[in-house]
Design a protein around this ligand. Structure first.
Ligand code: ADP
Length: 252
């Protein structure tokens, strides 16, 4: 069974209370199934709808139309008291790690885990373990300003995996990293995926997509225009059109 299913999902943002403009949907009529254990890239130009799609899959946004299902359960219908349990199933890695500067790395991760309803004992065990996986156990007692930008990203990843989530949703994790650091991150994602975690990652990193050859979902104007196994950056397979097998999409 698929872990995440989108059924005819659209999301329209509000243009603001005084605006008469109706914004076009940021994502439009998306149907999608993601299986447990998959590694999926989400590609598309800036504004294509990648972040909106990730937030919908994470249950952060309620769709304007359609349904987002987690293991067959409609995320919009989950009662408030059960939300923390749902949150624990997700690890979220957004682009700019938001670390609290006057708290240690341990505390930064522990605070998020507490907010997700994890118990003290679980937190004490999980934080060093998660930091160990990303190679930063030594930073437990460090403060954010004492570590580098690449290490901050790894702390963000440690925070996301500390709850042992089933699904890791990642938005442009390598955007602000140098090449070597980006590859270190990618190795970590692969390792985490090998342990069974489903990974859904929006990215512009052409070389990473081309080398990993995972499933590639391509968005344009809020619609899925390509969905291929073993995909490459810039090539979409026309499931929806009979024109050609592969079409070049992004040009540098
Ligand atoms: P991407 O991640 O591919 O750059 P986004 O999902 O951020 O795309 O944005 C998709 C569309 O939705 C864009 O046209 C963007 O301007 C619009 N959008 C995103 N966030 C908001 C918002 N909070 N309010 C209004 N429009 C938004």
């Amino acid at each position: 069974m698929s872990v995440i299913t989108l059924e005819a999902v659209s999301k329209e943002y509000d243009a603001g209370p005084r605006s008469k403009i109706k914004l076009p949907p940021a994502v439009h009529d998306i149907n999608l199934k993601i299986n447990q254990g998959e590694f999926v890239f989400v590609l598309g130009s800036s504004g294509a709808g990648k972040s909106t799609l990730l937030h919908l899959m994470a249950g952060d946004f309620v769709p304007t139309k359609g349904r987002v299902l987690l293991n067959g359960i409609d995320l919009a219908k989950i009662p408030e008291r059960k939300r923390p349990l749902i949150r624990q199933r997700y690890g979220l890695v957004w682009q700019d790690p938001k670390l609290i500067e006057d708290r240690t790395i341990y505390e930064n991760i522990a605070i998020s885990m507490r907010a997700a309803g994890m118990r003290r004992k679980e937190i004490r065990e999980a934080v060093p373990k998660a930091l160990g996986i990303v190679g930063l156990r030594r930073t437990l007692d460090s403060f954010p300003h004492e570590i580098s930008g690449g290490e901050r990203m790894r702390v963000e990843l440690a925070r996301a995996i500390a709850n042992s989530p089933d699904i890791l949703i990642v938005d442009e994790p390598t955007a602000n990293l140098d090449n070597d650091t980006a590859w270190d991150m990618v190795q970590l994602f692969q390792e985490i995926n090998r342990r069974g975690t489903t990974i859904i990652m929006a990215t512009h990193a052409r070389s990473i997509v081309n080398i990993l050859r995972k499933r590639v979902i391509t968005l344009a104007d809020g619609k899925i225009i390509g969905d291929v196994e073993n995909g490459r950056y810039g090539y979409i397979s026309h499931r929806f059109s009979r024109v050609s097998a592969h079409t070049k999409l992004f040009r540098k």
